[in-house]
Design a binder for this molecule. Structure first.
Ligand code: FAD
Length: 480
């Protein structure tokens, strides 16, 4: 047998971890392959699955992001002598095909905690079963969250239902590890060892980008998808934003990190983010910066908490976590009102500003997300799932856990949620968080002119109706 036949040929299956640095599966594969083996890096556009066990099909803004992220990842790999292999279809069949085509002796991936983990478990079990005869190995790694959902539990061994004790328990664990550097790429033998004939789809053929019309101009102007862009954003936040993070609730201020889509697609790992904050805190010594850093890390903690909720409550996207909300008397959405909300034409300036920011840039400031979501589910009495799916389609950071988790938080139907009866008054929220109207004017320049309409609903009347609906739900579920 030649040395080549004895050497490991490892398939790395990338998913929401589109990065080279701090990518445990990739680093382990490069190391295991050594100088004689080979590594094939693949991304599968997973299609046609059942939501209970598969990745949720991406919305339009996230598809735009994915295209650019894969494009840049492909270029980075090529510079290092590897091709990114793109395939679409059922992941089980595609992985099996790729294993056969490459003659892979192992497949490595970083674990995910969404419902798609069931697909991963099936693939893992099958490969391990056949591996008993063929020697094929399947390994998964911890990469994309500081803590895996099962690693943080109450004293009774149950999942936390409330964020504050959850985060306290996380902080009591050993500090997160340091991020791994980019792997040590072996020289040309790696390149030669990769099968030359392996088919890769043309990224353009996946039609991830909008064409007619191409509405992505605002997204292009706002973002730089990819690992390099993610590190630039982190650097800028650490050097400029973190000191202003106490202003994070003011949407006009550039005080938050803008890391969410980069974290969503795994272009940067939370270990990298944690490490950068740890260093900034150590070098600054300022108590204000330490307070800001703790607050910022706790927001990263909300990302972890939502992932943990989805892990323990796989119905998060479609079902109320609190079953009493099944009796909530949502209104049949009035198409005109719903469209006014979607397009930012409600006549309520802060709502319109947020919805236009979303439409234009694929993101919205967190405070404003809460205000527009509260308006939809409380003042318009529209089921949170309707808003969640609009956000799913329009947000570049649309996340399988954080999007429904936050919608259920606002609606009151989630774990550790804001109580339903706490109805945000958008006008008071705007006075408090956008006191000079700077954010509103940025997105709604016609505000205050005759060209700007009055509110589509009366805030006071709709608030009262929301509270009545809440009482009706409580009566129906025997809680009053
Ligand atoms: P920063 O303030 O800099 O926070 C740092 C990181 O912490 C973020 O990048 C994000 O990864 C995480 N984070 C912050 N706040 C939250 C939160 N409330 N829940 C979960 N993670 C958080 N965030 C998403 O990443 N994807 C979503 O699909 C999403 N949908 C939302 C829907 C609604 C109705 C609401 C109210 C919030 C939603 N969020 C979502 C949370 C939050 O609005 C965004 O994470 C935040 O605005 C991103 O901006 P940033 O990166 O500048 O945040």
């Amino acid at each position: 047998m030649s040395e080549r036949e004895n050497s490991p040929h490892i398939l790395v299956w990338l998913r929401n971890d589109l990065r080279l640095a701090d990518n445990p599966a990739l680093s382990a594969a490069i190391e295991a392959a050594g100088s004689g083996g080979s590594v094939t890096v693949a991304y599968i556009l997973e299609e046609g699955g059942d939501l209970d066990v598969s990745a949720r099909p991406l919305g339009a803004a996230a598809r735009w992001w994915l295209h650019h992220s894969l494009d840049r990842l492909g270029a980075s790999l090529r510079e290092r002598g590897l091709e990114l292999v793109l395939r679409r279809g059922d992941p089980f069949r595609t992985i099996t095909d790729l294993m056969q085509e490459t003659g892979a002796t192992a497949v490595y991936w970083n674990r995910r905690y969404t419902n798609a983990r069931q697909t991963d478990s099936t693939i893992m079990a099958s490969l391990r079963e056949t591996g008993r005869e063929t020697g094929v190995e399947a390994l998964s790694f911890h990469a994309n969250y500081l803590n895996e959902p099962w690693a943080v539990q109450t004293g009774q061994g149950t999942p936390f239902r409330v964020f504050t004790p959850y985060w306290r328990a996380c902080l009591a664990l050993p500090e997160p590890r340091h991020p791994l550097p980019e792997p040590n790429w072996p020289a040309t033998s790696q390149q030669q060892a990769q099968p030359q004939t392996l088919h890769s789809d043309d990224l353009a053929s996946w039609n991830l980008l909008p064409t007619s019309p191409d509405w992505s101009g605002g997204l292009t102007a706002s973002w730089q998808p990819g690992e390099a862009g993610a590190h630039e954003v982190l650097h800028q936040f650490i050097t400029e934003g973190l000191a202003n993070y106490h202003l994070r609730d003011n949407p006009a201020e550039p005080a938050t990190s803008k890391l969410s889509p980069h974290l969503r697609f795994g272009e940067i790992s939370p270990f990298h983010v944690w490490d950068a904050v740890r260093q900034a805190r150590a070098t600054s010594g300022s108590p204000q910066l330490a307070t800001n850093a703790a607050r910022f890390l706790s927001e990263v903690g909300w990302r972890e908490f939502n992932a943990s909720i989805l892990f323990h409550f796989p119905g998060l996207t479609t079902r109320n976590v609190r079953p009493e909300f099944d009796a909530f008397p949502w209104s049949e959405p009035d198409p005109g009102l719903l469209e006014a909300w979607r397009r930012g034409r409600t006549g309520i300036p802060i709502i319109d500003a947020g919805m236009r920011e979303l439409w234009h840039t694929g993101t919205m400031h967190n405070r404003v997300r809460m205000i527009v979501a509260s308006f939809l589910v409380k003042n318009l009495l529209v089921d949170w799932r309707v808003g969640e799916s609009w956000f799913w389609d329009t947000l570049v950071d649309a996340d399988e856990a954080s999007n429904p988790g936050n919608w259920q938080w606002v609606a009151g139907s989630g774990l550790d949620a804001a109580p339903y009866f706490r109805v945000f008054n958008p006008e008071l929220q705007a006075q408090k968080f956008d006191p000079d109207g700077e954010y509103v004017r940025r997105w709604v320049p016609e505000v205050g002119t005759a060209g700007y309409p009055g509110p589509i609903v009366d805030l006071r009347e709709t608030r009262a109706a929301a509270l009545d609906a809440y009482s009706a739900m409580r009566s129906a579920s025997g809680q009053s």
